[in-house]
Design a protein around this ligand. Structure first.
Ligand SMILES: NC(=O)C1=CN([C@@H]2O[C@H](COP(=O)(O)OP(=O)(O)OC[C@H]3O[C@@H](n4cnc5c(N)ncnc54)[C@H](O)[C@@H]3O)[C@@H](O)[C@H]2O)C=CC1
Ligand SMILES: CC(=O)C(=O)O
Length: 316
């Protein structure tokens, strides 16, 4: 049974992503207790002390400490960010060989503790790793999810905001599929101020003549790579995304977020984790929203599914 105290989060991997996600969780005051675990125990201890040192100036005190896998037993959520900083000019799928052993080891330790909460996978390639963690943990489908295309969807909205000069939060819709190069903007779902995005552009041609959906989609796909090239990794965008997912689950907000979740017949796909709009509740990933995609979008989702499945083959 999913635990009901709803106040304890564990982060495994306190590198750039894990430490920044911890900061986002602390600044939003999302839980009572945040436990950090890293292969290098001193790193986790340093981060936990540094985070706790700001407690006087936080809105709510989140008790941050270093711990071990026994701490997962009564945790509501375990966030997995083990891996390495993404190499420049590479793909997320190319990280599989490096990450899979680490994630397998982490999942075994987490499950050995008696954990029965929700695993939020961040490590890349995130769709493959979420599927692998689901299979390896034996947890119900709802209790294992990846960050999926939640970050890419936020990036799409940010870039539309940049191109139009409007607040990104005016934008609705989703990037779907793999959190990787085969992702796609499901333009048939994208709206601005309640209008389909294409209609919004057409109705405001003089103002937005230079705005191109193809260019927005290209920038969205490339955004992570460009940040990695510029600063050696990404951390703030994914940390906000992790905090948003953690909040939605811990607080049972029932937001619909394009996390990576198991497709079991939805969109005609089976046995694959992909980023699709999913209702998040206290027990994790629930109903998938099956959107009316165009034929072209459906083909792109299928392409992502085939690609991700091919990387899952032989992992178990
Ligand atoms: N899903 C997404 O949207 C995103 C995923 N990522 C992924 O997050 C992962 C981490 O990236 P960074 O934090 O930049 O790397 P990093 O190198 O800064 O940190 C990785 C941390 O994992 C720790 N670690 C490695 N093996 C471990 C194990 N077995 N047990 C406990 N800790 C272990 C390391 O000691 C290190 O502190 C990568 O796979 C990266 O591709 C990064 C950004 C966005
Ligand atoms: C590194 C990565 O997966 C991202 O920032 O999208």
């Amino acid at each position: 049974m999913v635990t009901m105290n709803r106040n304890k989060v564990v982060i495994v991997g306190t590198g750039q992503v894990g430490a920044t996600a911890a900061f986002a969780i602390v600044t939003h005051g999302l839980c009572n207790e945040l436990v950090l675990i890293d292969h290098f125990a001193a790193k986790a201890t340093g981060e936990s002390h540094d985070l706790d040192d700001g407690s006087e100036f936080q809105d709510r005190h989140v008790k941050v400490r270093t711990g071990d896998y026994a701490d997962c037993r009564d945790a509501d959520i375990v966030v997995v960010t083990v891996g390495r900083k993404p190499p420049a000019n590479s793909t997320r799928l190319a990280e599989l060989g490096f990450t899979v052993g680490l994630v397998g080891d982490v999942v075994d330790h987490v499950m050995a503790s008696g954990f029965d909460g929700v695993i939020v996978m961040v490590s890349n390639p995130v769709d493959v790793m979420a599927w692998y963690a689901w299979k390896r943990s034996g947890l119900p489908r709802a209790q294992v999810l990846g960050t999926g295309t939640a970050l890419d969807t936020s990036r799409l909205k940010t870039i539309i905001g940049e191109e139009t000069g409007l607040d990104p939060r005016n934008v609705g819709g989703f990037v779907m599929g793999e959190h990787g190069d085969s992702q796609f903007a499901a333009w048939s779902t994208v709206s601005l101020g309640g209008k389909p995005f294409a209609k919004f552009l057409a109705d405001n041609q003089s103002r937005f003549a230079s705005v191109s959906t193809a260019e927005i989609e290209r920038k969205t796909r490339m955004r992570g790579n460009e940040i990695v090239a510029a600063k050696g990794g990404t951390n703030f965008g994914i940390a906000s995304t992790v905090a948003g997912i953690v909040q939605t689950i811990l607080w049972d907000e029932r937001r619909i977020v394009p996390v990576s979740t198991l497709l079991d017949g939805e969109y005609g796909e089976h046995d694959v984790f992909l980023g699709v709009p999913t209702e998040l509740r206290a027990n994790g990933a629930n109903e998938i929203v099956e959107l009316e995609l165009t034929e072209e979008e459906h083909a792109k989702l299928h392409h992502s599914a085939e690609l991700v499945r091919s990387y899952c083959e032989g992992l178990l």
